[in-house]
Design a protein around this ligand. Structure first.
Ligand code: AP5
Length: 192
């Protein structure tokens, strides 16, 4: 199963991906996590990405694609993957399409987690208090939401036009949302 998880900051992509990887038996690949690991390790790439991420803007397409290409080349992705945080604009969506076509492993399904803005802001404020993630401060959150609506929302239409999109209501307990996602994926595989 090759699955792309779409949704605004705080919609639960990372939370659901952690559970979906167990349910589907494929690795969770988060470009945000890969970038945070590079920042923490102080690599050249991490140094370039740090300030951009803290402002809530997008790291350059070339850097993220290179990092993703390397990750998709690893042995554990043979049976598929859950991609969280990529693609984030139409250029990335087209780049992913071309990369996966070359690998003969096209995306099976894109799941969009739908959560209203007020709840997104509440969740991220809660995480800011608990975990202190560098980009969960109010100004960066506003920026991340703006970037999402300007640059990432068009990606939803990209997958809709390819008949690959499923929209799942992302409000409720983590288990409730997980059950909806799994049911939607099962329904979609039944149709194809
Ligand atoms: P990234 O790490 O991808 O962050 P994000 O998209 O802003 O998403 P979040 O991690 O904030 O939210 P999420 O949807 O994963 O929700 P989560 O499960 O964590 O990217 C960070 C930055 O890296 C970007 O801004 C950019 O700079 C850079 N970057 C990454 N990818 C890039 C790319 N492709 N191109 C360029 N730059 C890129 O949940 C959020 C909170 O809500 C948690 O506290 C969680 O416990 C809680 N929660 C989750 N589900 C529920 C629920 N059902 N009920 C109650 N609480 C819940």
């Amino acid at each position: 199963m090759r699955l792309v998880l779409l949704g605004a900051p705080g919609s639960g992509k990372g939370t659901q991906a952690t559970r979906l990887k167990e349910a589907l038996g494929v690795p969770h690949i988060s470009t945000g996590e890969l970038l945070r690991a590079a920042v923490a390790a102080g690599t050249e790439l991490g140094k370039q990405a740090k300030a951009v991420m803290e402002r809530g803007e997008l790291v350059s397409d070339d850097i993220v694609l290179g990092m993703l290409e390397e990750r998709l080349g690893q042995a554990d992705v043979g049976n598929g993957f859950i991609l969280d945080g990529y693609p984030r604009n139409l250029a990335q969506a087209n780049a992913l399409d071309a990369l996966l076509a070359r690998l003969q492993q096209p995306v099976d399904v894109a799941v969009q987690l739908d959560v209203g803005t007020e709840l997104l802001v509440q969740r991220l404020a809660g995480r800011a208090q608990q975990e202190g993630r560098a980009d969960d401060n109010p100004e960066s959150v506003r920026n991340r939401l703006r970037v999402y609506s300007d640059q990432t929302e068009p990606v939803i239409d990209f997958y809709r036009q390819k008949n690959r999109l499923i929209c799942v209501y992302g409000v409720g307990s983590v288990d409730e949302v997980l059950a909806r996602v799994l049911a939607a994926i099962e329904g979609a595989s039944g149709k194809s």
